[in-house]
Write a protein that binds this ligand. Structure first.
Ligand code: PLP
Length: 397
């Protein structure tokens, strides 16, 4: 059958490829520890689950407006004011089935054939793929561990061309855990103020942030930037609600109206009772959000120290999200059964087969010298998994 042209841009997810391999090994009876996942290992807080149950019993089982329940859009507007200092009317907010759909709507509305979109790398795999699906060209601006995986205004300026339409920022960042300070955002803002680029700012990890660092949205820095910014956020990470599929975007009215229209012709609304649970998440007690962030910080401290103790690996200190992105190119050239390891995929395959630990090769995020380790796992698993990685590395010739 002839497939549509755009399907050529649909690459299979590298994360899924690893987890399929991990599942196959598990089915063969191997004990596999999975550090590949991008979701909190905590359960959704009980008060949010109960809110969904009540909502179902109360009849929130029908369609809602595509843009979301008015009460949820109001709760999101209040949250953006309270947590981020951003003023948005409920009409400037669209609720979607996850932040991923919110991002897709925005990219489809803003990007067209021939447009370039700047994506600082290492990046979340979905950004370049969605830009490609919209007919645009993702332009990766590489950063390294030496830059703490952050792009500066000076570097950004070098990548701007007459075709550049926008930039996608993600702080705290998946996969590196990098967090831009207000000064670093101001440095980017100075360059962006000289342009008319749109700015997509993905802030989904905003509450998973450590070392007392302040989360700041670039949209707060200048009114002229806010007019061109679209904030992406959701419930998956802060409230451990990955499977509920609830996210949102906030931005200029004309962009939101088109997102609303697009969504009304694709998925319609996010699940009605999930939206009611979302109101409870934003307006109910926030102590579980803080408790999860504290647990992640403790794990981060352990994981970074343990990775740095492994010969051939070095790891930056991430300040947010729940990932580390150690450099593993110190292992390139070493041999397993006579075969040299030459890429991040080689190292990750070796560690899966020999240590029984699943990780994601850095090449999936645009950086082949590293791999991503998610520490959304218990301390016991982290200790055992990293001890196995260490032993497997010592066995290399
Ligand atoms: N943005 C980033 C940076 C992510 O890492 C993820 C999920 O992994 C998302 C957005 C999507 O979240 P959601 O589950 O709300 O679609």
């Amino acid at each position: 059958m002839k497939l549509a042209q755009f399907t050529r841009q649909l690459k299979p997810s590298e994360t899924l490829a690893i987890s399929t391999k991990a599942k196959t090994l598990r089915a063969q009876g191997r004990n596999i520890i999975d550090f590949g996942l991008g979701e909190p290992d905590f359960a959704t807080p009980g008060h949010i689950m109960r809110a969904a149950e009540h909502a179902m019993a109360e009849g929130f089982t029908k369609y809602t407006p595509p843009a979301g329940l008015p009460a949820l859009r109001r709760a999101i507007a209040d949250k953006l004011k309270r947590d981020n200092g951003l003023d948005y009317a409920p009409e400037n907010i669209i609720v979607s089935c996850g932040a991923k759909q919110a991002l897709y709507n925005v990219i489809m509305v803003l990007v067209e054939q021939g447009d370039e979109v700047i994506v600082p790398g290492p990046y979340w795999v979905t950004y370049p793929t969605q830009v490609l699906l919209a007919g645009g060209t993702p332009v990766s601006v590489p950063t390294t561990a030496a830059d703490d995986f952050k792009v500066t205004g000076e570097v950004l300026r070098r990548y701007l061309t007459p075709r550049t339409r926008g930039i996608i920022l993600n702080s705290p960042c998946n996969p590196t855990g990098a967090v831009y300070t207000p000064e670093e955002l101001e440095d980017l803002a100075r360059v962006l103020l000289d342009t008319d680029l749109f700015i997509i700012t993905d802030e989904i990890y905003e509450h998973i942030i450590f070392d007392g660092i302040e989360q700041r949205s670039i949209a707060t820095l200048h009114p002229a930037l806010k007019e061109r910014s679209i904030v992406i956020n959701g419930f998956s990470k802060a409230y451990a609600m990955t499977g509920w599929r609830l996210g949102y975007c906030a931005g200029p009215r004309e962009v939101m109206e088109m997102c609303d229209r697009l969504q009304s012709q694709t998925t319609s609304n996010a699940t009605a009772f999930v939206q009611v649970a979302g109101i409870e998440a934003l307006t109910g007690p926030q102590d579980s959000v803080r408790a999860m962030a504290q647990a992640f910080e403790q794990r981060r401290n352990f994981v970074v120290a343990r990775l740095n103790a492994i010969d051939g690996m070095t790891c930056n200190m991430p300040h947010g999200a729940f990932y580390t992105f150690p450099q593993i190119d110190g292992l390139f050239g070493r041999r397993a059964k006579g075969q040299p390891l030459l890429t991040s995929a080689d190292v990750v395959s070796y560690l899966l087969e020999v240590a029984g630990v699943a990780l994601v090769p850095g090449e999936a995020f645009g950086d082949d010298r590293s791999m991503r380790l998610s520490y959304a796992s218990s301390m016991a698993e982290l200790e055992e998994g990293l001890a196995r990685v260490d032993r497997a590395v010592q066995q290399l010739e």
